[in-house]
Design a protein around this ligand. Structure first.
Ligand code: ATP
Ligand code: MG
Length: 373
């Protein structure tokens, strides 16, 4: 997958910008607060239809403007594609795919596949379970439409079920619909359990070699899924997950009625990261956390590459400031042969001269971009 051009109108601090890109490495260099991360965000947005940092879509519109627009041209399977998304300050966003208006925008999610590493990803290691669930949901939603759909259905069922329990606790409703909501919850929940479990098993096989390539030492990293229901062994099929979930709900239902909330399910999932036998959440040093989070993202890159049979676009925000020169070198060696990479930095001296050979360099200043070394 290769991004050929990106055009922005009234997007973040860009009144307008038009950029074309090289196949390999593209570097956005500039001082703080000039608009480097905003460029990565625009590419990410075109792939995921959400920002990697704000949940409010209208934050993307340049202050004082009425509408933001992102136009992107990219190849996938060597086919050229064109995507245009408009985000108005009021009303719904709209999109055109190869010049045709798109009815359901969520169909566009994952057409442009990106793997990104931003500061927030450090929370993967030391953050809350919700941070790790966000990682699973974001990655799996982009890759798998059934997961994306099931995720929304699960959230809807969970809200409805909690509402029934709450109204009952307040003496304002009965429990007649509870069994049906429990059934629906287990159906969609089982899909999330199954997909997350498989993904983590696969990622677990990938993460140690990537981590070792990055660090040059032999630390092993292990991921283990901690589903939000207790199971001795993770079930192997969706049906078995559904059955296990239904049984678990049955066991805690009395307590749920008493507490007026849904106590078990994928909304309580987590996964543990273990480095050389020690729980990373508790024991990892600052450097280990950074390398480990980056290793997870690169393992995900190899996963996506295998699933798509071509490398996704890599977006790295200010990653060098976290890494020593050897790790920088290893990172670039890992990425170079595979992906078109967009990387932000505040000074080009962070790169080895060799790495910058053939790279496309963009100087970013106050919401404008100039091309050239
Ligand atoms: N909706 C918006 N309209 C106008 N400007 C915005 C909007 N959202 C953010 N900005 C501004 O864009 C500027 C650049 O942001 P960005 O995060 O891209 O900087 P950066 O170059 O990555 O800086 P750093 O090196 O500090 O990470 C910030 O000063 C921010 O205030
Ligand atoms: Mg930035």
């Amino acid at each position: 997958m290769i991004v050929r051009t990106l055009r922005l109108y009234e997007f973040r601090n860009y009144a307008s910008a038009a950029l074309s890109f090289a196949d390999g490495l593209n570097v956005f260099v500039g001082k703080n607060a000039q608009g480097k991360t905003n460029l990565l965000e625009a590419v990410y947005y075109a792939g995921s239809l959400r920002s990697f940092r704000s949940s409010k879509e209208t934050d993307l519109i340049r202050w004082g403007a009425r509408e933001a627009r992102v136009d992107i041209e990219f190849t996938r399977d060597e086919q050229p594609n064109q995507l245009q998304i408009k985000i108005p300050d009021q009303g719904k966003r709209s999109a055109c795919w190869n010049e045709q208006p798109v009815k359901k925008l969520t169909d566009l999610v994952g057409r442009l596949m990106t793997v990104s590493f931003i500061t927030q990803d450090l929370l993967l290691v030391k953050g809350d379970p919700a941070d790790r669930r966000r990682f699973l949901d974001n990655e799996l939603s982009n890759l798998n439409h059934r997961y994306f759909y099931s995720f929304f259905q699960y959230r809807r069922c969970l809200e409805q079920r909690n509402k029934v329990l709450k109204l009952h606790a307040e003496g304002r409703g009965g429990l007649e619909t509870l069994p049906e909501w429990s059934h629906q919850l287990a159906k969609y929940g089982a899909r999330l359990f199954m997909t997350r479990s498989r993904f983590l098993q696969d990622l677990n096989l990938r993460v140690s070699p990537v981590h070792q390539a990055l660090t040059g030492d032999s630390e092993t990293v292990q991921l283990s899924y901690q589903p939000g229901i207790s199971v001795q062994e993770p079930p192997e099929t969706e049906e078995a997950w559904q059955q296990a979930f239904e049984e678990a709900i049955h066991k805690v239902q009395k307590n749920e009625i008493h507490r007026a909330t849904t106590l078990l399910g994928p909304h309580r999932d987590d996964f543990q990261i273990v480095i050389d036998g020690k729980d990373a959440r508790q024991f990892a040093s600052q450097g280990q956390q950074r390398t480990c989070a980056l290793g997870l993202k690169l393992a995900e890159l190899t996963f996506v590459e295998a699933a798509l049979k071509e490398p996704p676009i890599v977006l790295l925000d200010d990653v060098f400031s976290d890494l020593d020169p050897d790790r920088r070198k290893s990172l670039m060696a890992f990425l170079e042969p595979r992906s078109q990479t967009f990387i932000t930095c505040t000074e080009l001296a962070s790169f080895q001269k060799k790495t910058l050979k053939g790279a496309h360099i963009y100087h970013v200043q106050g919401g404008s971009v100039s091309d050239g070394a």
